[in-house]
Write a protein that binds this ligand. Sequence first.
Ligand SMILES: [Zn+2]
Length: 433
Amino acid sequence: MQRGLMKKALILSVVVFIIVSIVGPTAFLTIPADLNLLEEKEEEGNDQVRISESKEFHEVKGKIREGETLFDIFKKYGLHPGDLFSLREASADIHKLRNLRVDQPYRILFDADKQINSFTYWIDDDTILNITCGENGFCAEKIPVSYEKRTEQLAGVIKDNLISSLSQDKESLMLALDLSDIFAWDIDFATDIRKGDTFKVVVEGLYLNGEFRKYGRILSAEIVNKGEPYHAYRFEDEEGVDYYDAAGRSLKKAFLKAPLSFRRISSNFSRGRYHPILKITRPHHGIDYAALQGTPVSSAGDGTVVFAGKRGQYGNLVILRHRNGYTTYYGHLSKINSNVRKGVRIAQGSLIGNVGATGLATGPHLHYEMRINDRPVNPLSIKIPRGRTITGKSMAEFARVKAAMDIELASVSSSTFLASQKGTPEKAVNNGG
Ligand SMILES: [Zn+2]
């Protein structure tokens, strides 16, 4: 999650723009048929209550607006405040109605006397709160949303472009973040992506009433970055779920490609460089990532804190010790996270601090250093070992999954690519089985 957070801004600029243009905006407003089923259930159980009046029910639906409370909504439709208190009471144990989330859909059914029959509210994408009026007053329940899954294929050409708005299509944004997370060990979406790079994704589309609601799990993906193809296949066995390359090696590595989302590399690893402040030539045993003051910095790998505090020219410095003799250094930080203290274990991708210019620095940047047995190495050129490789019985099953996915990926034709560039949703999104 934190890795996703740290990379958000820059990924937006490249990938999302394209996906948005392929899929187009999606409607989120319509209340699904599931709710009608619920009503029927309720009416069965309380047959003497309101069935005869059901034709006279009025329905109002909408989405929660910024700052809007249930009281405001009741006032708007002239509903009884007494019912509002009953609703709150009925729902208190399973979901507090005090804090409604902006943009979440709701629906109210009431009769000619403005008596509430039911109140329905989408707590989140996966859960509906349904409060219905029965013999003994209001009764609340949470209902999981069950989606119909379809296989979607998306493809596009990546443009290095700034995105104007991310609220336009939240679902494509989430997909782009998931995609960047899958490839985060190989591709740094902030600096590695080039104009003309392409991607293909086979992903679950989650539908309600035949209407697209959001994306589910990415099943496979291909990114061609600077002419080099990268593949990801989702595979599950008794070891768990992971993404693997074509040879069945986990895409996970001991270290992320970059510990932050930065604007540019301002100084590369070098055995001798002219220092702008000291005005002497000396080796630079790290990578300087120029970034805005405050940019979140994440741990490149799982490790233990061996140092967190001020140290000379490094300014505020965090040193992590990893397995196999690796250590990583994060220097010039403006702030070190309060949980980052000597001896504490830190998971890969966890936030450890923020970019600053403490110590000997001309401007805000992260000085990132990697050492093996205390010998500085260039983190961008050494080969970082991968995680698990699929073996034994699982390998045959993986081969089957991969073959099926390769057919899906190959079916994204070159004409689809051209269409996707123009942003024609009908041609770019093929709904498979
Ligand atoms: Zn440096």
